[in-house]
Design a protein around this ligand. Structure first.
Ligand code: IPD
Length: 254
């Protein structure tokens, strides 16, 4: 069996990830009922709440207690200035609340995302949809699952028969908006059946893994948005590509 470092088998790491993701989900479910303390990061649409920080701290401290030699990349730690680079060491890549804007508005598309990489390769991913308590998991070579049921991507290759997901991201400058609306227009002109924006890149990617959507694209995703989802999609038979052609330090997909 492959091991995460020489001590902990991957299966055990993944069980720990599932437990902490569920626990984080409970914190988020409770927090959504209360007033939120909201701040902005890179733009006025790039939101963060005290719950994002609290949940990231919960996840990282739980995992660090159990795996002190492992490394961590977290969305909010990175936003606070922590260096974000991948080494060969076992590394947890965490988005504590994916869909923070949804969370702020109590729009029920919010997930906890935990990816795990060893030697710069993604080996498992766990995504927990906090409001319908759906758990997506995948381990390299072992398939992808939603609440224990095997996932399979759609076989559709024709854009004119496809349901396509995308996300807007946080940028609102004229150039970004022009590209965003231009891409939507191209897909509509190609007669795509539909285009959806649900506000959580990880949950959108899980819809692709489950075959409910045929494709997803977005510019400007961070490694914590894609790490867990990338292995879930691949294990469901799909592909994840970086169209920018830029080799990414984190994995071949990020
Ligand atoms: C964001 C969401 C959003 C996507 C952004 C992500 P966050 O993650 O997934 O849908 O458009 O690119 O960064 O900030 O809610 O964790």
């Amino acid at each position: 069996m492959t091991s995460a470092d020489n001590a902990q088998p991957l299966e055990e790491c993944m069980e720990v990830a599932v437990r902490v993701a569920r626990r984080a989900g409970q914190v988020i479910q409770e927090a959504v009922k209360h007033d939120k303390c909201v701040s902005t990061k890179s733009t006025a649409a790039d939101l963060v709440t005290e719950t994002d920080h609290q949940v990231e701290e919960l996840i990282i401290s739980t995992l660090r207690d159990k795996y002190p030699s492992h490394r961590f990349i977290g969305e909010e730690s990175s936003a606070a200035g922590e260096k974000c680079f991948l080494t060969d060491s076992p590394t947890w890549i965490i988005d504590p609340i994916d869909g923070t804007c949804n969370f702020v508005h109590s729009f029920p598309m919010v997930a906890v995302s935990i990816g795990f990489a060893v030697k710069k390769e993604l080996v498992f991913g766990v995504i927990y949809h906090c409001f319908d308590e759906t758990l997506y998991t995948a381990r390299k070579g072992h398939g992808a699952f939603c609440n224990g049921l095997r996932l399979q991507v759609s076989k559709e290759k024709d854009v004119s028969k496809a349901l396509i997901l995308t996300e807007i991201g946080a940028k609102r400058d004229p150039e970004t908006l022009k590209i965003f609306s231009g891409n939507i227009e191209k897909l509509l002109k190609a007669h795509a059946h539909g285009i959806r924006v649900i506000g959580s890149s990880t949950l959108a990617l899980c819809q692709v893994a489950s075959g409910a959507a045929d494709a997803y694209y977005q510019f400007g995703l961070h490694c914590w948005d894609i790490a867990a989802a990338a292995i879930i999609i691949r294990e469901a038979g799909g592909s994840v590509v970086d169209t920018s052609d830029t080799p990414h330090p984190a994995t071949d997909t990020m």
